[in-house]
Write a protein of this length. Structure first.
Length: 138
């Protein structure tokens, strides 16, 4: 999104596909917490499939808007986001309309829940190397 904002004033983003944005930093934190528990608890037997996503939900255009807000607040590049339907976005394969997941099982077993996705977006944007991200020509 920020790379596109380098040369566009407006970016069209689908508004009818919903999910739970999740930071790689939050995923790494969860993995380390789970690994530490497994190391401590030799009798751990709650193996299985766990979903882990950021708290809260949004659509792709809402996610893009938050990225732009975070960048603008830091003095970085930003663009207007225009909502479009999936059918109006040129994709080789359609994206899922609903990819929202529940992390209740992970929270119950490991005692941790990812932060609210908006705050994680802000943290990631703040950590980006400004010149390389917002001005790819340099």
């Amino acid at each position: 999104m920020l790379r596109l904002a380098s040369d566009r004033d407006e970016i069209s983003v689908v508004a009818d596909q919903w999910g739970n944005p999740t930071s790689a930093l939050d995923i790494a934190t969860a993995i380390l917490l789970a690994a530490a528990m497994l190391d401590r608890d030799k009798a751990f037997d709650a193996f299985g499939v766990y979903h882990l996503v950021g708290t809260g939900e949004t659509n792709w255009s809402g996610f893009a808007r938050r990225v732009m807000e975070a960048s603008q607040a830091l003095g970085g590049r930003h663009a207007r986001i225009r909502d479009i339907a999936s059918r109006d976005y040129p994709a080789k394969a359609p994206g899922p309309r609903n990819s929202r997941l529940s992390t209740a099982k992970f929270a119950a077993v490991f005692g941790w829940q990812a932060p609210e996705w908006r705050s994680s977006v802000g943290a990631v944007v703040q950590d980006l190397p400004i010149e390389e991200t917002w001005n790819p020509a340099k």
